[in-house]
Design a protein around this ligand. Structure first.
Ligand code: SAH
Length: 380
């Protein structure tokens, strides 16, 4: 292979063809697969065929790729790998929610959760919640993942790999109706990999999920919001607000010290959102902290004029922190106050709490036990 190929196809790390390191195909987008095939002397459409095999069919071997010549399949098999993630443990909740602990190539572990949702007709549909980082640097006071600290970024392949591996565990004929990036980590703190994974999962020929049914939840990294919405238009955006004044938010969500409510909401107002989309503001309900009628009124004033909805998340408990979850009636009163002020609000029905699979309950127990927390917060 001539060296000048490198500059012609800068997106693929061509060097990997010459190195002893295997090329991991999952996580490559169509363009990269096309370049790779061209580099290996194959026509560009081979790259598109491989794209379909990887993401639409979800193959884990080269042999089923029957529209690809056997000789090229063996050549690929010598340099490239199709592995995704290894299932370390699956835990099933009484409500059918299932949590998967995946083992990554370097031994790190992340979790995904598949959640049964019923539509208005009572038909069961699966949602998948996936992680974008091992641990998290954001340090939100009420979140278990935060207690692990930041360990490392996930690659696009590891993010997409969670989807592929979880999909392979669905029963025949089932599919994921929704995908939410609400597992471990802060997606906008792993911007490039998150965008790439979203593009692959929502690609027409990936058999993933439509952009309308994919939502990315962010703590509110204000400086990256616009880039994100522009990079993946039409995808759902959820912003973790959790308080209606800077003093309270600053205590709950340390990133508020970098971008306060005003900065964050100004940025939200200016987002080039798809016409049919509203931003979702997530609001974790913590008894005596952010759940008063006054808080609800403040919140409604704060959101005035914004095309949005509020999603109230009753706090999911875990040991070792002093927060409490308000009771259901109180949460409903809070919601009613928002509704009467003209703010659309819903309450998230929590699933998988008995297996620590609900929002903010994901963590690698081993890392938690070791308490190794390398804080990365200041670098964002
Ligand atoms: N880093 C992203 C994704 C976090 S998980 C973000 O901050 O948005 C998705 C949502 O669950 C976030 O709103 C997060 O603040 C919330 N959450 C975290 N821990 C929680 C807990 N113990 N109970 C309820 N919600 C929690």
């Amino acid at each position: 292979m001539k060296q000048d190929v490198k500059s012609k196809y800068p997106k693929v790390q061509v060097g990997c063809l010459f190195s002893s390191q295997p090329i991991y195909l999952v996580g490559m987008d169509e363009e990269e697969l096309v370049s790779l095939c061209e580099e290996m002397g194959e026509p560009p459409y081979r790259g598109r065929q491989i794209f379909s095999w990887l993401y639409d069919h979800g193959v884990s071997e080269f042999s089923p790729m029957t529209n690809i010549p056997k000789s090229f399949r063996s050549k690929l098999g010598r340099t490239a790998r199709l592995e995704t993630l290894e299932l370390d443990r699956a835990t099933k909740s009484a409500d059918e929610t299932e949590k998967y602990l995946w083992r990554l190539r370097d031994g790190a572990r992340v979790e995904s959760v598949r959640i049964p949702m019923r539509n208005v007709h009572g038909v069961k549909r699966w949602s998948l919640c996936i992680s974008t980082q091992v641990g998290c640097a954001m340090g939100c006071a009420f979140c278990l993942t935060a207690k692990m600290g930041f360990v490392r970024q996930l690659t696009a392949g590891e993010i997409v790999g969670q989807f592929l591996a979880a999909r392979s565990l669905l029963a025949e004929g089932e599919r994921f109706h929704n995908v939410v990036f609400m597992g471990m980590g802060e997606p906008l703190d792993n911007f490039d990999a998150t965008v790439k994974a979203v593009r692959i999962l929502t690609h027409q020929r990936a058999n993933g999920v439509s952009p309308r049914r994919l939502t990315v939840s962010t703590v509110g990294v204000a400086s990256r919001l616009k880039d994100f919405v522009s990079a993946v238009p039409g995808v759902g955006l959820a912003v973790s607000l959790h308080a209606a004044d800077d003093e309270t938010r600053g205590k709950l969500v340390p990133v508020n010290r970098k971008w306060n409510l005003r900065a964050l909401l100004d940025e939200c107002r200016a987002l080039p959102m798809d016409e049919r989309r509203r931003i979702t503001f997530e609001y974790v309900m913590l008894r005596g902290v952010n759940d008063s009628k006054g808080d609800a009124r403040k919140l409604s004033r704060l959101l005035e004029g914004l095309k949005c909805k509020v999603n109230l998340i009753p706090w999911n408990p875990f040991p070792g922190v002093a927060f409490e979850r308000p009771d259901d009636e109180h949460i409903e009163e809070f919601r009613q106050t928002l509704l009467s002020a003209g703010v659309f609000a819903s309450t998230r029905i929590s699933k998988g709490g008995d297996i620590l699979a609900a929002c903010g309950q994901l963590a690698d127990a081993r890392r938690l036990a070791r308490g190794s927390a390398e804080k990365k917060f200041n670098s964002i």
